[in-house]
Design a protein around this ligand. Structure first.
Ligand code: CTP
Ligand code: CA
Length: 221
């Protein structure tokens, strides 16, 4: 851990971090979710808190412990995650690492859907709001530094760049998910900003978090 005058360079800064998957119910016993472990987002929340930031972690279902010094808000659905993220504003820093379900079931069944002679049910899906794009929109509550993630299996740099401009955020942490990432402890990322793309070596998720938190501190320093 750092010591000395610059040990807590983010003192006085507020941060909101999203992490983990969302869970979109189908009926009272079933739902749509994904393989995000939440590890990377939790590590980022911990690294920001260690540097003195006041961190709200808006988390989908994970089995992870709340990092020391972090306030965790537990959510299930994308709509709940969006509301909790907005409720955490104002903030100087937003790091949206959650794997938000792109779609939810349009009409959630009130009771358990039963097998029926007519065959399987058809699920009608509707698109969830883009929490990152909403947060990055210019306005009085826009955090000064908005960071998104891009999980890609091909064309990492081009896709990450396209997301940066489409969503209006400041940085994108491009994540190569063709290798082993979900639930793993290592991560290979490309940091994309308006001024360039910087490949990082394969690091542990904790190391990615400390590097990113140091970059954030430099940005405000
Ligand atoms: N994101 C979000 N809300 C959504 C979907 C994504 O806030 N409804 C955020 C993620 O947290 C991440 C970034 O947007 O920081 C990119 O997510 P990703 O799934 O890679 O992008 P999509 O725009 O959903 O594009 P696609 O899945 O089609 O590649
Ligand atoms: Ca998506």
């Amino acid at each position: 851990l750092l010591s000395g005058p610059d040990a807590r360079p983010l003192t006085g800064k507020r941060a909101v971090v999203t992490a983990g998957p969302t869970f979109e119910p189908i009926d009272p016993v079933r739902g749509l979710t994904n393989r995000s472990s939440g590890k990377q987002g939790y590590a980022i929340a911990a690294a920001l808190a260690e540097r003195g930031a006041r961190v709200t972690l808006v988390s989908g279902p994970t089995g992870l412990a709340t990092p020391v010094g972090v306030t965790r808000i537990e959510v299930e659905t994308a709509l709940e995650m969006q509301a909790a993220t907005h409720a955490a504003l104002p903030a100087h820093i937003a790091v949206l690492s959650a794997a938000v379900a792109d779609w939810r079931v349009d009409t959630v069944a009130g009771g358990k859907i039963k097998k029926a002679p007519g065959g399987p049910p058809t699920l009608a899906l509707i698109e969830n709001p883009d929490i990152l794009a909403g947060l990055a929109k210019p306005g009085p509550l826009r955090p000064a530094l908005v960071i998104g993630f891009a999980a890609e299996t091909t064309d990492l740099e081009a896709n990450a760049r396209a997301k940066l401009s489409r969503k209006g955020c400041d940085w994108i942490v491009g994540n190569d998910v063709s290798a082993d990432v979900f639930g793993a402890d290592g991560n290979t990322v490309l940091l994309v900003t308006k001024s360039g793309a910087e490949p990082w070596p394969r690091l542990s998720k904790a190391e990615v978090a400390t590097r990113l938190a140091d970059r954030i501190a430099d940005h405000f320093g």
